[in-house]
Design a protein around this ligand. Structure first.
Ligand code: F6P
Length: 318
C-alpha cells in the first residue's frame, strides 16, 4: 500500500504546476509527500523536503522548478543508484513521481525495471521529444517565448532590411524550430529531421532580393547547425549582410502558458492516481483530452518527428 511518495523534477515551464498538482492530489488521498531537492543528486544525498498543500502555493505561474534540478552524473553509476535506493528505503518512500525529459524518465525506468521501485513519469521537456507523447510540459511555453523574441527581431529585420539567422534550442529535435518558424512567418528553417541546401537558400534570397525583398529570418535548430556558420555562409554566397541571434536558455524559463499550466495540472494529478491504482514504470500523457499511460521503456526510445507538411506550408506562405 502506498503511504509515502517522493517527487523529483527537472526544470522547465509547467513543472511547478505539475508539482502543485502532484502534492495536492497526494495530500487529498491522505498520502505523505516529499520533494527531492536537485533531482537524482538529491535522491543520492538524501536531500528531501516534506511538502504540504501550502508549500506549493503561488507556484502555478512560476517557471523552472522550486525543487531545483541537476544533471546527475553520479546516478549513472551503480554506486549512485544504490545510494539512491538507500534513501528511498530509509525514508520509506513507497513510490516516486519523476517529472522530466528523456534523461529523467530513463532514470525512472531504471529504478522501476532494475530495482523494483514503483515509479510514474510526467514528460516535461522543451524539446518535446518523449516518444509517443504529443505534448511534453514546457514545449508550448518555449515556443511562445522564442516567438516573442522573434517578433522583436523581425521589427529590426524589417526596418534595417537585414537577414537574421536565429538559433533555437531543441537538442537533436526540430520541434521548437519548426513551430517558431511557422508561427513567426519565417522565410526558412533548418531542421535536424531533414536535409538542407545552403546554396538553395541563398539562391532564393538572391532571387527575392532581385525582386525587392529585403529582409529574411532563417531559423536554425541547434541540433543541426550553428547560426554563426549559416550566417557566414549566406554572406559569403550572397554578399548580403547578416546578423545572428542565439536564443539559448531564455526558452526554458519564463511564465508557463495557460496550456502548460493546465497540462501540468492534469498530468501531475493523473500521475498520483496512476501510482495509487497500481501502475508503475509508465508515464502519463494527454491524448484527445484523455489520460494515457505509456510504458517508460517505449517513452524513452527516440521519437520520430515529421515536419514535411509544415515545412511545405512554411515555404508556400513565406
Ligand atoms: O533538453 C532541454 C535543453 O534545454 C535542450 O534544448 C538543450 O540542448 C539542453 O537542454 C541544454 O542543456 P543545459 O541546460 O544543460 O546546457
Amino acid at each position: 500500500m502506498i503511504k509515502r511518495l517522493g517527487v523529483i523534477t527537472r526544470d522547465c515551464a509547467g513543472v511547478n504546476a505539475a508539482l502543485r498538482a502532484v502534492v495536492r492530489t497526494a495530500v487529498s488521498h491522505g498520502l505523505e509527500i516529499y520533494g527531492i531537492i536537485r533531482g537524482y543528486d538529491g535522491l543520492i544525498d538524501g536531500n528531501l523536503r516534506h511538502l504540504d498543500r501550502r508549500s506549493v502555493s503561488g507556484i502555478i505561474n512560476v517557471g523552472g522548478t522550486i525543487l531545483k534540478s541537476a544533471r546527475s552524473e553520479r546516478f549513472l553509476t551503480e554506486e549512485g543508484q544504490l545510494q539512491a535506493l538507500k534513501t528511498i528505503e530509509e525514508n520509506k518512500l513507497d513510490g516516486l513521481i519523476v517529472i522530466g525529459g528523456n534523461g529523467s524518465l530513463s532514470g525512472a525506468h531504471l529504478l522501476a525495471s532494475k530495482y523494483g521501485i514503483k515509479v510514474i513519469g510526467v514528460p516535461a521537456t522543451i524539446d518535446n521529444d518523449v516518444n509517443m507523447v504529443e505534448h511534453c510540459l514546457g514545449a508550448d511555453t518555449a515556443v511562445n517565448v522564442a516567438l516573442d523574441a522573434l517578433d522583436k527581431i523581425r521589427d529590426t529585420a524589417t526596418s534595417l532590411e537585414r537577414i537574421f539567422v536565429v538559433e533555437v534550442m531543441g537538442r537533436d529535435y526540430g520541434y521548437i524550430a519548426m513551430k517558431v518558424a511557422l508561427a513567426g512567418g519565417c522565410e526558412d528553417v533548418i531542421l535536424p529531421e531533414q536535409d538542407f541546401d545552403l546554396n538553395e537558400i541563398c539562391q532564393e534570397i538572391q532571387a527575392g532580393n532581385a525582386q525587392g525583398k529585403v529582409s529574411w529570418i532563417v531559423i536554425v535548430a541547434e541540433g543541426k547547425a550553428k547560426a554563426q556558420d549559416v550566417a557566414t555562409a549566406i554572406t559569403l554566397l550572397t554578399g548580403l549582410e547578416t546578423r545572428i541571434v542565439v536564443l539559448g536558455h531564455i526558452q526554458r524559463g519564463g511564465r508557463p502558458t495557460a496550456f502548460d499550466r493546465i497540462l501540468g495540472s492534469k498530468l501531475g494529478s493523473a500521475a498520483v492516481e496512476a501510482l495509487l491504482s497500481g501502475e508503475t514504470d509508465k508515464c502519463v500523457a494527454l491524448k484527445d483530452e484523455k489520460i494515457e499511460l505509456i510504458p517508460l521503456e517505449i517513452a524513452i526510445q527516440p521519437k520520430k518527428l515529421i515536419f514535411e507538411h509544415e515545412y511545405r506550408l512554411l515555404k508556400l506562405l513565406s
